[in-house]
Design a protein around this ligand. Structure first.
Ligand SMILES: [Zn+2]
Length: 256
């Protein structure tokens, strides 16, 4: 009868649990799961079998000591599982590779986040035709943070960095990402192509003059060009709209 371990899920992780196993709510801080230790499994696999992707875990504590995702669960273990403390620290001990730069990759289910992150200047790869296997491989090879609402995708081993997006509205999703990673809202606004993610280059008006609409020719003098898709940008009404959006994001409150 002693072949059981007890797992305590803290904070937001309580709401991510998806299991028919016996859950008891001992207090408002955690949910307790009595887990029969039948075979040798890593704590990562066990937590994910209970519904929580490893990307959402910030700390694992056994007898006041930190343990890692590859720890094999033993009978009588009492393990506390914690979410990330926001803003998430790039050198969190659970990540096998600390991240250097905040570069993103978004899944099709949060596709509108790509453009919003690019408005702020963040490198954000996106293509609605990439499938789960490709996304996980790309995130791994290019050390990108994968943003998705798909729990199964975030459970993949190749996804070292990720975030399960909880909000439904794209602007709230952006605020959720900003708060989670401690991003700068005014990082490098209007420096990146919103269509293809490439960094923009300043361009002289006379070089692109023949491509401009009459009103744009008349009223604007500073332009930037996407070297890849050749889209031309200038400080017109759409930039004003984006600035208003950034201000709104700053004020926005999310539930997470
Ligand atoms: Zn472009």
């Amino acid at each position: 009868m002693n072949e059981i371990a007890i797992l305590y899920f803290h904070g937001l992780l309580k709401d991510l649990l998806r299991t028919k196993r016996n859950i008891t709510l001992d207090n408002k801080d955690y949910k307790k799961i009595i887990y029969p230790v039948i075979r040798s499994s890593s704590i990562k696999d066990i937590i994910e079998s209970l519904g929580i992707p490893h990307t959402e875990i910030g700390g694992l504590i056994l007898n006041s000591k930190k343990i890692y995702f590859d720890y094999i669960l033993h009978p009588t273990d009492n393990i506390h599982v914690y979410p990330h403390i926001k803003p998430i620290k790039p050198d969190n001990y659970l990540f096998s590779q600390p991240i250097q730069n905040y570069r993103f990759l978004v899944d099709v289910n949060v596709g509108r986040l790509a453009k919003l992150l690019r408005i702020l200047g963040y490198d954000c790869a996106y293509n609605p035709y990439w499938d789960d296997e490709f996304l996980a491989q790309k995130a791994y090879e290019e050390k990108r943070i994968l943003l998705s609402r798909d729990i199964q995708l975030l459970k993949r081993k190749k996804v070292l960095w990720g975030k399960l997006i909880l909000n439904e509205d794209p602007k709230s999703q952006l605020k959720e990402v900003i708060d989670h990673f401690g991003l700068k809202i005014y990082y490098r606004p209007f420096s990146r192509c919103l269509v293809c993610n490439t960094e923009l280059k300043p361009v002289r008006k006379k070089q692109i003059f023949h491509k401009l609409e009459p009103k744009t020719k008349r009223y604007f003098n500073q332009f930037a060009l996407c070297p890849r898709c050749k889209k031309i940008y200038w400080a017109g009404s759409h930039v004003e709209k984006m600035e208003a959006m950034i201000k709104e994001i700053k004020r926005r409150k999310t539930n997470t």
